[in-house]
Design a protein around this ligand. Structure first.
Ligand code: PLP
Length: 395
């Protein structure tokens, strides 16, 4: 098809041109004497994006799932009791991994569309006088349902109980897009990947760890090799990696971190709030609802839009793709066919959001939805054009 293809899935996200150009380089020698000139600043900058001042960052040639695994095997031991919750496909998959790896998982099941049940975490942590829980897991931004959870609240629950468990957070679709403060929230392992807020292709698992996680690593007994902290640290401290790194992705990461830090993390978060507000204004104008159960849970990086019971969201996604060359996110597992998702994160501006909304609107009308043409896009335009306020909370 002529014209641009439009990518509005919640990752991989659109690549900034500067990042794409930075990666368009010949293969290079990852053992060259000047290779650390690239890697040292990359580690430092990535750590800043997590707001991690005292720990360190590991950058694996994997996806986010690899960083999940790295976090578990480097800080915990087989049979350790951990507290987790699931309320969407990604929180579900992390539980599945923890169980398959041999952790004793106390899992709290919530409705999809809810977030981390902070009150229940607080109760269980308080009741755990013998400190059996070795770690508490929380999915910050559940990409499948468009739900952002209260990680600060989880830290407060741990502190209120005087509980020493590690705090493990999935920030795959939040870090580099919406507020994430590893220092302030006392996050011990913060998991991310390259293809969302970091605005890169998939291929890097990025794990930012606290000094407490590094301490826990000393007694952690899971067998490990590929993701081993000690192997990484030994080589990373010299500016190299224990095996062939994804050099082009590192070049890209260097630039994408610069872009995030130059824009300023607070401004990045505010931009995502503003763009998400435009999407939410459209959803309201269409007469549809979000999968996220309450406004406090609304995600500023992805909206999962619920279609009426007599419709199948897959038809909308198929129509958008076939006719308008636009990729929208599908409903995963329990919400397949019930929602379509618009990813509004990464390298994105108002015009791009309006394009995503136009394509979704055309596809819905084509599928017989009773929607007035221009209603959703119009609502977003009105919001964008009449206010510069980044922090608006619009339904
Ligand atoms: N966690 C969340 C919240 C995600 O959105 C994803 C992927 O979309 C993952 C984990 C898994 O990451 P990856 O697909 O990079 O392995």
């Amino acid at each position: 098809m002529p014209g641009f293809s439009h990518l509005y899935i919640p990752g991989p996200t659109n690549l900034p041109e500067a990042v794409r150009r930075a990666m368009n380089v010949p293969m290079e020698d990852m053992r060259a004497p000047d290779f650390p000139d690239l890697t040292r600043p990359v580690f430092e900058k990535a750590q800043k994006v997590f707001r991690n001042s005292e720990g360190r960052v590991f950058i694996y040639p994997s996806s986010g799932t690899g960083a999940w695994e790295a976090a578990i095997q480097n800080t915990l031991s087989p049979g350790d009791k951990v507290l987790m919750s699931r309320f969407g496909q990604f929180s579900n998959l992390w539980v599945d991994m923890a169980q398959r790896m041999g952790l004793d998982v106390d899992v709290i099941d919530c409705e999809w569309g809810e977030g981390v049940p902070v009150d229940q975490y607080a109760e269980r942590l308080k009741a755990d006088k013998t400190h059996d829980y070795k770690a508490v897991f929380a999915t910050h931004n559940e990409t499948a349902t468009g739900v952002t959870s209260d990680i600060k609240g989880v830290r407060e629950a741990l502190d209120a109980a005087g509980h020493p468990a590690l705090l493990m957070v999935d920030g795959v679709s939040s870090v580099g897009s919406i507020e994430f403060d590893q220092d302030a929230w006392g996050v011990d392992c913060a998991v991310s990947g390259s293809q969302k807020g970091f605005m890169l292709p998939a291929g890097l698992g990025i794990l930012s760890v606290s000094k407490w996680a590094l301490e826990a690593h000393k007694t952690a007994e899971f067998p490990r090799c590929y993701f081993s902290f000690e192997d990484q640290i030994r080589m990373n401290d010299t500016g190299y990696f224990p095996y062939t790194p994804a050099t082009q992705l590192l070049r890209g990461l260097d630039v994408s971190c610069d872009m995030l830090l130059d824009e300023g993390l607070e401004n990045v978060w505010a931009r995502h709030r503003r763009l998400a507000s435009g999407v939410r204004a459209a959803v309201e104008a269409w007469g549809l609802t979000l999968c996220a159960a309450r406004p406090e849970l609304w995600s500023d990086t992805v909206s999962a839009i619920v279609v009426p019971d007599d419709r199948d969201a897959r038809d909308v996604i198929a129509a958008a793709y076939a006719k308008y060359d636009t990729s929208l996110g599908s409903g995963l597992a329990n919400v397949a066919g019930k929602v379509f998702r618009i990813g509004h994160l990464g390298w994105l501006n108002e015009g791009m959001v309006c394009t995503a909304l136009s394509a979704a609107e055309m596809a819905m009308i084509e599928c017989g939805f009773e929607i007035e043409a221009g209603s959703g896009v119009g609502a977003a335009i009105r919001l964008f054009a009449t206010s510069d306020a980044p922090q608006m909370k619009i339904a």
